[in-house]
Ligand binder design. Structure first.
Ligand code: MG
Length: 160
């Protein structure tokens, strides 16, 4: 088994759609970034890459590459998995925590988990989505941005 950890943060700005886990969230601000800035998915990608010993998201999908501008991070997640599995890994499970003061993501949790499960090709039961506030502390608490942390466990199906 191989474990990996990922963390990401993005700034909240006006005039951007808020996309979390591939779900479009009803909120007056969105996350700033080169892609759709889906902080939750970026943390998962880095967790998977970490477990596979494959560096980080910036190495695979450089933000200097115009082909990734505005791209759906779910697509980047699928592409990540398509690079990992040929090396002899299968995904055991993924667990992610979103740090956001607002809005509540409870209503979107099921959709997000299913989006992630579909993108990485596992059963829904292998994906866990959590969210927390930071009790109004720090940049998350001041609603200046959002962050996410994820862990992923890979099984080696052959000598990777
Ligand atoms: Mg990011």
């Amino acid at each position: 088994m191989r474990i990996g950890y990922g963390f990401d943060a993005h700034r909240l700005v006006p005039h951007r759609k808020l996309v979390l886990g591939g779900a479009q969230i009803d909120y007056p601000l969105g996350l700033e970034g080169h892609s759709d800035a889906d902080v939750l998915i970026h943390a998962i990608i880095d967790a998977l890459l970490g477990a596979a010993g494959m560096g980080d998201i910036g190495m695979l999908f450089p933000d200097t590459d115009p082909s990734y501008e505005g791209v759906s991070s779910l697509r980047l997640l699928s592409e990540t998995v398509s690079r990992i599995t040929p090396l002899g890994f299968e995904i055991s499970n993924v667990d992610v925590t979103l740090f956001a003061e607002r809005p509540k993501i409870g209503p979107y949790r099921e959709q997000i988990a299913q989006n992630v499960a579909d993108a990485i090709g596992v059963h829904r039961s292998r994906v866990n989505i959590k969210a927390t506030t930071t009790e109004e502390l720090g940049f998350v608490g001041r609603r200046e941005g959002m962050a996410a942390a994820a862990v992923a466990l890979l099984n080696e199906t052959k000598n990777a």
